[in-house]
Design a protein around this ligand. Structure first.
Ligand code: NAD
Ligand code: TYD
Length: 350
């Protein structure tokens, strides 16, 4: 049994949902959440589990080799679920080196620590959480499958592709027991309001312009974050060593259609006149190198491991909008860095 589990990036959006799921569902596991608490990481996201006896937080940087090696020595992890990353494409265009450092070097440091510590491999697991963006960009038709050749095009997706290749290389060369999942765009509670859905929700609440890149015709495939966390649980426990699993809910939306849907949902919730929020839509300069379309074929995960999404998109979006409407302080605090200042005072780097 894999008992001592290192989750990296557990204070971030998806990581906090994974930590919550594992801490609540598996009281016999000890979940150690390692996170640097960058702008994207917030311990506030884990308030409801922070006092549980099977949860522990450690502040630290995955690129710090001696720190990571000593962490592996201290805790003797049975498994790693690796989510820590720089994750926003627009930031990767402005500052690619941070992405190369965290996503490529950081993953390499973790893999090497696992290789060094795990002399006996048989019951260990290094689970790498990745993105469908490594496959590149689709035209009108077709889906990404596990066999689609890698063709990353942004500094973000290239750095994730680099990390995926390192994980595969450690399996091939050193027989490190690994599994990789590549997921489509996530949405849900606790997502930093720089990504499309929470940014638009926040701007609609504040009656600020809704910046749609280019013509708004790019397509993304959206999955509710709690369904991603459930998929990670299933793959962690039943996935085949050395395999890749694509995760997605066959739920494609053109950006402009999605933004218009959000506007109409929120007009009703905010008791605004129909069409009022849509007037905030503002077409802006397109993102450099903007990938046209992502669409995941998750048949393998469904057939081999029985996972399927639990929610229809409209229901998930409704829950998400409600969460942001009920947690405007959370958005204000993460955007102002207020939580960061608070938590940075409490934790020092080991
Ligand atoms: P996020 O930006 O919300 O969270 C990233 C977390 O990593 C933060 O808590 C941050 O503090 C931490 N972190 C960053 N650099 C670190 C470092 N050097 N050392 C330790 N911790 C560090 O990201 P997310 O959206 O939750 O994504 C999590 C993972 O899932 C990433 O690997 C991402 O590539 C992948 N993914 C994301 C999506 C998506 O739609 N958001 C889809 C598929 C895959
Ligand atoms: P994003 O949430 O950044 O995810 P990703 O780029 O990783 O898919 O963006 C989703 C889509 O929305 C993408 O096509 C870019 C577009 N977009 C906008 O049109 N306006 C925005 O303000 C943002 C953040 C994204």
């Amino acid at each position: 049994m894999k008992k001592n589990i290192l989750v990296t990036g557990g204070a971030g959006f998806i990581g906090s949902h994974v930590v919550r799921l594992f801490v609540n569902k598996y009281p016999d596991y000890k979940i150690i959440n390692l996170d640097l608490l960058t702008y994207a990481g917030n311990l506030e996201n884990l308030r409801d589990v922070e006092k549980k006896s099977n949860y522990e937080f450690v502040k630290g940087d995955i690129t710090d080799e001696s720190f990571i090696n000593s962490l592996f020595d201290d805790y003797k992890f049975d498994a790693v679920i690796h989510l820590a990353a720089e994750s926003h494409v627009d930031r990767s265009i402005i500052d690619p080196l941070s992405f190369i450092r965290t996503n490529v070097l950081g993953t390499g440091v973790l893999l090497n620590a696992a290789r060094r510590q795990w002399k006996e491999h048989s019951d260990k697991l290094f689970y790498h959480v990745s993105t469908d963006e490594v496959y590149g960009s689709l035209g009108e038709a077709g889906f990404f499958t596990e066999e689609t050749p890698y063709d990353p095009r942004s500094p973000y997706s290239s750095s994730k592709a680099g990390s995926d290749h390192l994980v595969k290389a450690y399996h091939h060369t050193y027989h490190l027991p690994v599994v990789i999942s590549n997921c489509s765009n996530n949405y849900g509670s606790h997502q930093f309001p720089e990504k499309l859905i929470p940014l638009m929700i926040n701007n609609i609440i504040k009656k600020k312009p809704l910046p749609v890149y280019g013509k708004g015709e790019n397509v993304r495939d959206w999955l509710w974050v709690e369904d991603h966390a459930r998929a990670i649980d299933v793959i962690f426990h039943n996935g085949k060593i050395g395999e890749t699993y694509n995760i997605g809910g066959f739920n494609e939306w053109k950006n402009i259609d999605l933004v218009k849907l959000l506007c109409s949902v929120m007009d009703k919730k905010l008791k605004r006149a129909a069409g009022e929020s849509a007037e905030l839509i503002t077409y802006v300069k397109d993102r450099a190198g903007h990938d046209q379309r992502y669409a995941i074929d998750a048949t393998k995960l469904n057939k081999d491991l029985g996972w399927k999404p639990s929610l229809q998109f409209e229901e998930g979006l409704d829950k998400t909008v409600d969460w942001y409407l009920n947690n405007t302080n959370w958005s204000d605090n993460v955007l102002s860095g207020a939580y960061q200042e608070y938590y940075q005072q409490q934790y020092v780097l080991r």
